[in-house]
Design a protein around this ligand. Structure first.
Ligand SMILES: *Cc1c(COP(=O)(O)O)cnc(C)c1O
Length: 229
């Protein structure tokens, strides 16, 4: 199937249940994104600042760009003028930096807190306790240029459906608790971003309302090996 066909069939699957589809286009050339765009896709996700900036320059200006990969504080300035959402917020220090550059750009930037749910050491994110600590901190209350829209999580890369289901269930439960405790009257706290190509159906069953799909739309990516070269 073509990229356009993949977008159309995923839209069919998600639109009925009001789940947002983020097309994860990391490592893919601008022409592939354009094809998805022409099929009606407007939400795109990248995991590096460099690709986000380059593709933002090359592609139509009504695309909403989401950063989904780990963000270093010193790179926030490159994306603050245009990024639609930063899904990978994992520290108060990073939020502080986003707030600062959003203010300079005269914007309020939508963010998700990335919560660590996987049984793997390599994934970034806040633990449940750390997320609560962040939300309760005095400093957090001073950020005028950030809007926390919800939570994001990445499940363990495993064949065990039960494990993935349990992890997403836990995150949904945590989301509901956070909403109740800290955002009860805040309608814009309404995004739970979970689910990728392999597990988005499970994620939707567990209450996801934004899935981040890469290879199912654009095909597989070449795996990079970060060895000694
Ligand atoms: C790459 C990536 C995805 C998409 O992965 P696929 O398996 O290709 O769908 C989703 N979320 C994050 C954070 C990613 O880095």
């Amino acid at each position: 199937m073509s990229i356009a066909d993949n977008i159309k069939s995923l839209k069919k699957e998600t639109e009925a249940s009001k789940v947002l589809l983020l097309a994860v286009s990391k490592t893919k050339p601008a022409a592939d994104l354009q094809e998805a765009y022409d099929a009606g896709q407007r939400l795109f996700g990248e995991n590096t600042v460099q690709e986000l900036v380059e593709k933002h320059e090359q592609l139509p200006k009504d695309i909403e760009w989401h950063l989904i990969g780990h963000l270093q504080s010193n790179k926030v300035k490159y994306i603050a003028p245009f990024v639609s959402m930063i899904q990978s917020v994992d520290s108060i220090k990073l939020l502080q930096e986003i707030n600062k550059h959003a203010e300079k750009a005269n914007r309020v930037i939508d963010c998700l807190l990335q919560i660590y749910i996987a049984d793997e050491e390599t994934k970034f994110g806040l633990g449940f306790d750390e997320a609560i600590e962040l939300l309760r901190s005095d400093e957090f209350a001073t950020f005028q240029h950030i809007r926390i829209r919800g939570l994001m999580g990445i499940a363990t890369n495993t064949d065990s459906e039960k494990q993935i289901k349990d992890e997403y269930y836990e995150l949904k439960t945590f989301f509901d608790g956070i909403k109740q405790s800290y955002f009860r009257k805040v309608d814009s706290f309404n995004i739970l971003s979970m689910g990728m190509s392999n597990d988005y159906k499970l994620a939707i069953e567990q209450g996801s309302n934004m899935i981040r799909v890469g290879s199912t739309i654009f095909g597989g990516r070449v795996v990079k090996h970060w060895k000694n070269n």
